[in-house]
Design a binder for this molecule. Structure first.
Ligand SMILES: Cc1cc2nc3c(=O)[nH]c(=O)nc-3n(C[C@H](O)[C@H](O)[C@H](O)COP(=O)(O)OP(=O)(O)OC[C@H]3O[C@@H](n4cnc5c(N)ncnc54)[C@H](O)[C@@H]3O)c2cc1C
Length: 401
């Protein structure tokens, strides 16, 4: 099988993947390639509208179907991410999530963005919710008709989530939420939002609980934030927001456990998205170097340009191998924390370097507003910050040594 350009066939041929993964890579890669023409004209001047449209598109095409509550052999509530692949359903396993993100990021930032935020929200509900919560929220997320968000960060609590201050005060059998959240992806289009709040059941990290918030309910507000890469992104406000007992997600006082479980599970997939962006930049730079005439030859004949291209290729291979190992270890239920942290740290840092080097090979043409290279340059930056900044991830690796 000749694989789509979003993937390195040498990596997918490794025994870390099986035939079902290669079929999935082919399918999602082909689908993205078919959509590429339409996505080239995507209007992102209204990121909220573009985000909603992309979710509908992903949902209709079935790429969110695995988030539903009734998938055969899925890992809902089991706490084990390896169920599906062992039962022959390459569906919710981490390698499948990585392959989907790599292809989507390769072709269109907003497709990867929408996919990943739906995935984060649904994972929190699937892994920590009650049957009723899963039945209520997962079908819409899986159809792309309902948008999700995961609201952990605040202006005073980013890397240090134990400092979350959004207050959830007991009131009758429920709670009243007051406070703010910052930097929330899909915050201004979300229908359902997983919110980390302080219930005060214990000190610091033990006093937090997650809630499943209905964003249409009174007391919820969202203010869009402009981003260097246009995506639906918002600050949230909770003003005397009533959260009934049925909205508590997981156990009271275990909110940080829920948040970290979801973030750790997603870590390798951020690495995969970074590889998608970087591989696109690399291939564009390679094509440009091979066709751009210079000094009676081509850019690709110049030794320093050749060295830069070789460096990109090596970094892409290293990132792909680290990420495949991390995802494989997770799917097999092995210790994975150090591997997925290494994959995220290396891949996102390397992707930044690769995209920057690709812009350099394009010269001025790489800086034209709206061009593929210029967009990649803006899109890649946030991956070194969100879901664990490089510095914080490096500390977790050091702790595991
Ligand atoms: C595009 C984007 C989307 C996002 N989406 C969401 C979302 O959907 N939901 C959500 O909850 N949040 C979201 N975030 C927020 C993101 O999770 C935080 O930005 C991240 O956790 C870092 O927190 P901070 O920005 O407050 O930086 P800070 O925590 O203030 O960190 C600032 C700097 O200090 C460094 N630093 C922090 N702690 C340490 C340490 N212990 N040792 C060494 N250095 C350290 C950091 O690495 C960083 O360089 C998003 C962010 C971005 C950029």
């Amino acid at each position: 099988m000749s694989l789509p350009e979003a993937f390195d066939p040498d990596v997918l041929a490794l025994p870390l993947f099986d035939a079902a993964h290669r079929t999935l890579a082919d399918e999602i890669g082909q689908w993205c390639a078919d959509r590429a023409k339409a996505w080239a004209g995507l209007d992102t001047t209204d990121p909220a509208a573009a985000g909603r449209g992309m979710l509908a598109e992903l949902g209709q095409a079935g790429w969110l179907r695995h988030l539903g509550p009734d998938r055969p052999g899925c890992d809902i509530g089991s706490g084990r991410p390896d169920r599906d692949i062992r039962s022959g359903q390459p569906d919710r396993d981490i390698r499948s999530l990585c392959l989907r993100r790599q292809a989507l990021a390769y072709h269109e930032d907003l497709a990867d963005f929408g996919y990943s935020i739906q995935e984060l929200t649904a994972a929190a509900i699937a892994r920590h919710g009650t049957d009723e919560q899963r039945r209520r929220h997962l079908p819409g997320l899986a159809a792309g008709t309902s948008a999700g968000a995961l609201a952990l960060s605040e202006s005073g609590a980013g890397s240090d989530l134990a400092a979350v201050a959004l207050e959830a005060t007991p009131d009758g059998d429920g709670f009243v939420l007051n406070g703010t959240k910052a930097w929330i992806a899909q915050g201004d289009i979300a229908d359902v939002c997983v919110v980390l709040a302080r219930t005060g059941d214990g000190p610091g990290p033990l006093g937090l609980t997650t809630f499943l918030v209905d964003c249409a309910a009174p007391g919820f507000g969202a203010e869009p934030i402009g981003a260097i890469a246009p995506r639906s992104w918002a600050s949230l406000t909770f003003t005397d927001f009533r959260a009934g007992p049925e909205t508590v997600l997981g156990e009271r006082g275990q909110g940080l456990v829920v948040a970290l479980d979801v973030l750790e599970r997603a870590r390798a997939t951020v690495a995969a998205a970074a590889i998608g962006f970087a591989r696109r930049a690399f291939r564009l730079a390679l094509d440009h170097a091979r066709t751009r005439k210079a000094y009676g030859g081509r850019l690709a004949d110049l030794q320093l340009v050749r060295s830069s291209l070789a460096g990109m290729d090596v970094k892409l291979s290293a990132a792909s191998l680290l990420t495949a190992r991390a995802a494989w270890a997770m799917d097999l239920g092995l210790d994975y924390a150090k591997h997925s942290s290494a994959a995220k740290l290396y891949s996102t840092e390397a992707a930044g370097e690769i995209v920057d080097a690709a812009v350099q090979i394009f010269g001025a043409a790489g800086l034209v507003s709206g061009s593929a290279m210029e967009r990649l340059y803006r899109q890649i930056r946030s991956l070194r910050i969100y879901e664990g900044s490089s510095e914080v991830i490096a500390m977790t690796i050091a702790d595991a040594l």
